[in-house]
Write a protein that binds this ligand. Structure first.
Ligand code: GLY
Length: 372
């Protein structure tokens, strides 16, 4: 574990067994993808997986860089969006792997957001019983969360990420310059996870975010703050994953805001809110629950909610959402253990605890207060 800052670049190590790996945060680094990867001594064959829009923008330079250092590269693109995160899309990656053909020493490169990262990771986990994957995230959400930690998978019609595997990448390359083309709403979605790290792990990051005048669009975030956002968030995720790779305990704190968030996301058919927006609502709810249980000071909860609002993320439930339906949906969450809903609750900014002792009347009361 630990962070080495190299001029403009920062390299963070994720310390997992049997093979630790680096996350490099390198402005303009996408052009040097081949150079970064050549340090890993991987086989010569590489399959770049992307979606058509991302591939049009960045595919050519990534592939040119890979070829320059001698890789034999092919590519495949998949339709964009969560609804294509299916076994069907996976087949396209396997077909491309067969055509190239990829060998045990070969590498899949995921060039895209969380959907591409999760699918490529899962394809790599299962192709020839496991080959290398390198994550090159292009959305803020994927940079600070999905690309790190080895959770991979696809959706089943009955639920998100029900089919999956842990498969750690060999390397993660984050080029902040690609964020310049990220739509503002997606930037805010990533910021929800960044705020999460401030609450669960890094009070200094939280304070820096509070100091910023505006956070609702990337163009108001200066280079220094963006670099801090990326390095602190990746460090937080790396620290947690290094201590608990398979979510035996600590890693569950990364689910802060996700309990109610997932219920809201699924009850609104994944159409009203994106993942970050739902997590923002979930963080407000979890914070208010912690206050109600006298675990967290209300002025700190107000600071959290003010930061979420400043980022342009929602803090209220959408109109017409039935509270009983939310309570029912909580029971089907992946985080339910022996019938009890587990919540990650803050005790102070930077520190959280996990509990399954939240009375349902407390959840109901908080949700009622959050109605528009
Ligand atoms: N996104 C939650 C985790 O990686 O554990």
């Amino acid at each position: 574990m630990g962070k080495r800052v190299l001029a403009m670049k920062s390299v963070i190590c994720v310390d997992v067994v049997p093979q630790s790996y680096d996350i490099a945060i390198a402005p303009g680094g996408l052009d040097d993808l081949g150079v970064w990867m050549s340090r890993l001594k991987l086989g010569k064959k590489v399959l770049v997986v992307s979606n058509p829009a991302i591939f049009r923008r960045y595919g050519e330079s990534a592939i040119a860089g890979l070829k320059l250092v001698g890789y034999d590269v092919s590519s495949c693109t998949l339709p964009p969006g969560e609804r294509y995160k299916t076994l069907n899309s996976l087949q396209k990656i396997y077909d491309a792997a067969l055509k190239h053909p990829l060998e045990r020493s070969s590498t899949m490169v995921a060039l895209g957001g969380g959907v591409i990262g999760d699918m490529t990771g899962f394809a790599a986990a299962t192709w020839l019983r496991g080959i290398n994957v390198v994550q090159v995230p292009t959305s803020l959400l994927a940079m600070v969360d999905a690309s790190i930690g080895g959770k991979t998978g696809v959706n089943h019609p009955q639920g998100k990420n029900l089919i999956g595997a842990f498969h750690q990448p060999r390397f993660v390359l984050i080029d902040p310059q690609v964020l310049k083309t990220l739509p503002p709403r997606e930037f805010r979605a990533g910021m929800a996870e960044v705020i999460k790290y401030g609450i669960i792990w890094d009070a200094e990051l939280f304070a820096k975010l509070e100091e910023a005048k505006r956070l609702d669009q990337m163009r108001y975030v200066n280079e220094e703050l963006l670099s801090l956002i990326l390095s602190c968030s990746c460090q937080a995720k790396a620290d947690v994953v290094s201590q608990d790779e398979k979510e035996a305990g600590l890693r569950a704190i990364l689910n802060y805001g996700h309990t109610i968030g997932h219920a809201v996301e699924s009850l609104t058919g994944y159409k009203v809110f994106n993942h970050g927006e739902a997590v923002a609502i979930g963080m407000v709810a979890a914070g208010e629950i912690a206050v109600k249980l006298q675990m967290w000071q209300s002025d700190e909860a107000k600071r959290q909610n003010a930061l979420i609002e400043k980022t342009g993320l929602p803090t209220k439930l959408p109109g017409g959402l039935d509270i009983d339906a939310i309570l029912d949906t909580l029971q089907t969450d992946k985080k339910v253990k022996e019938g009890k809903v587990r919540f990650v609750l803050p005790t102070k900014i930077g520190v959280v605890t996990i509990t399954d002792q939240v009375p349902s009347d407390v959840i109901r009361h908080v949700l009622q207060q959050m109605q528009p």
